[in-house]
Ligand binder design. Structure first.
Ligand SMILES: O=P(O)(O)OC[C@H]1O[C@H](O)[C@H](O)[C@@H](O)[C@@H]1O
Length: 533
């Protein structure tokens, strides 16, 4: 980070010099909407409703050059071991490199293996789609759940295969509620786990196997596995022809493009899945080729860095005005926060600025009736990332879609414009208020405004577009990680809780004393033991 200090200082100075300026005033200069947006294919990313001007943008772009984002980008795509705490390449892009050139890891081209697995997936998916199977249950958690679960929801209009269900939580309620009502003889269970050791997934997989055996199904024929560990899938009893492997250079939260996407492929068919991969590949090409100021992932990252690391806004809201993207915020929470929620740089020294922000959100318009109050009038600024399709799938309900778009655009406009005290006073006077009461009521109706947002507009949420959106966010995380000096591809922060859960299990079962634990934990265990059967 040392080399970036002067750049952070320059950005801090830009922030100091412009913080009081109104975003709206920037539109006095004609052409801002076009100048402060970037486009790839039919996708438009508008960041003109932020306080970024040409000088600030130049300072942000200088950060990319100083951090050598272009060099690191080339290394990533070429299969260099950029995940250097684990000594691994980062090559989820190879999974969508459908007709690209060879990709070498340790001098060996990985593409023949990738394409071979894809061919096996296609034929398996097609067989399942043509079989008696009516339901598919994907058992996985984290990256082995969030990606396919989000994408299956997103592409509902393209489903023409069996129904897909997702079980992730070790809470028995999840698997019990999912399996209830399914026909064990017509259900395919997919055990999705990169490591095939994750306790939640293995517990749920064993429960599903017992359920299938008890209800007339044949786990031997109706289980498939998605994993990097052939040995462990064999030990679980899944025949090799129904095991779809991948390599450790695919991170869990980046794995929807390969075998972990099998449930999506079964739901929408191999052609639809290919279109999803093509969308990802198109974004890869754009990310590699476009100048920074025209580069959508780079600009999305820079706007995020401006808001989080320079302006100090601790969170950002992802607000898709697209019901079928309702699970995108969950997906992005893992993608962004597990990747960049770290306080240490590659060389082991502390991160000099704040780490990646808290990511949260929900589908619009629902959020408007829940938490937008805080976004408009709360004391903290929450930069918002709006997303909306130009066109919906429900042609007969086009009036719904127009309303959806109107709401999306109205929110970003309201956040920017706000409502002044004078305007609020006028409204109260019109409503018949006078004197002190008018003044008091008006105060409650003031919107500070000047709150930043970006808007991503895509033509229609089809498989290609979804592929573009997911790859866009992946590359945003990459750029942000390089600038922060973080390794975006490990996740040591999830380990401690897992270790302690393992050591707590015998305490909860009563076979180990609670006295080894702190007083609070021991008291909680005691209370739970007294109140359970
Ligand atoms: O796919 P698996 O090996 O079962 O891992 C599932 C998930 O669990 C881990 O705890 C990691 O935090 C996630 O990155 C991963 O996606």
């Amino acid at each position: 980070m040392g080399g970036l200090t002067s750049h952070w200082d320059a950005l801090a100075a830009r922030f100091g010099a412009t913080a009081d300026r109104s975003i709206l005033s920037l539109f006095d200069e004609a052409g801002r909407a076009e100048a402060f947006s970037a486009q790839t294919g039919d996708m438009l990313f508008d960041y003109s409703k932020t306080n970024i001007d040409a000088e600030t943008r130049a300072a942000l772009i200088a950060l990319l050059d100083a951090a050598d984002v272009a060099g690191k980008r080339a290394q990533m795509f070429a299969g260099a071991p950029i995940n250097d705490t684990e000594g691994r390449a980062v090559l989820h892009t190879a999974l969508r490199n459908l007709d690209g050139g060879p990709v070498l890891v340790d001098g060996v081209d990985v593409m023949p293996g990738v394409l071979d697995t894809l061919t096996r997936m296609r034929s398996f998916a097609q067989d399942i789609r043509e079989s008696e199977i009516t339901d598919v249950v994907n058992i996985g958690i984290g990256g082995s759940d969030l990606g396919p679960a989000m994408a299956v929801d997103a592409l509902a209009p393209y489903h023409d295969g069996p129904r897909c269900h997702f079980v992730s939580n070790v809470d028995g309620a999840h698997i019990a509620d999912t399996l209830r009502g399914l026909d064990a003889r017509r259900t395919l269970v997919i055990v999705a786990s990169k490591t095939f050791t994750t306790i939640e997934t293995m517990t749920n997989a064993r429960t599903a196997k017992a359920w299938m055996q008890a209800h007339g199904g044949e786990p031997q024929a109706q289980f498939a596995a998605l994993s990097t560990s052939e040995e462990k899938t064999r030990a679980f009893g899944i025949p090799a022809e129904r095991v779809f492997g991948f390599e450790d250079w695919v991170g869990g939260r980046y794995s929807v493009w390969g075998p972990i996407g099998l449930s999506l492929m079964i739901a929408i068919g191999p052609k639809g899945f290919d279109a999803f991969l093509r969308g990802g590949q198109a974004m890869d090409r754009h990310f590699q080729a476009a100048d920074w100021s025209e580069n959508v992932p780079a600009m999305l990252a820079l706007v995020g860095i401006w808001h989080a690391q320079v302006c100090g806004h601790a969170s950002r809201a992802v607000l898709p005005y697209d019901q079928r993207l309702a699970r995108l915020p969950d997906y992005l929470q893992q993608l962004e926060m597990e990747s960049n929620g770290k306080g240490v740089q590659m060389d082991g020294s502390p991160v000099a600025v704040s780490s990646g922000p808290i990511v949260w959100g929900a589908a619009g318009t629902n959020g408007q009736h829940a938490f937008y109050q805080l976004i408009h009038q709360g004391t903290r600024v929450v930069p918002c990332e709006f997303m909306v399709a130009a066109e919906g799938h429900e042609a007969e309900l086009a009036h719904h879609h127009r309303l959806l778009i109107a709401n999306c655009l109205a929110q970003s406009e309201a956040l920017m414009r706000g409502r002044s005290l004078d305007e609020a006073r006028g409204k109260m006077a019109d409503a018949g208020f006078t004197g002190d009461e008018l003044e008091r009521q008006a105060q409650h109706r003031v919107f500070e405004g000047n709150r930043p947002s970006t808007t991503l507009v895509y033509p229609k949420l089809d498989p290609f577009t979804l592929g573009q959106i997911v790859a866009l966010y992946e590359h945003r995380v990459f750029v942000e990680g390089v600038v922060l000096g973080i390794n975006s591809y490990d996740q040591w922060g999830v380990e401690l809780g897992k270790e302690l859960a393992t050591s707590l299990q015998p305490v909860i079962e009563g076979s180990a004393p609670a006295s080894t634990k702190d007083e609070s934990t021991a008291a909680l265990v005691g209370f739970i033991r007294r109140h359970s059967a």
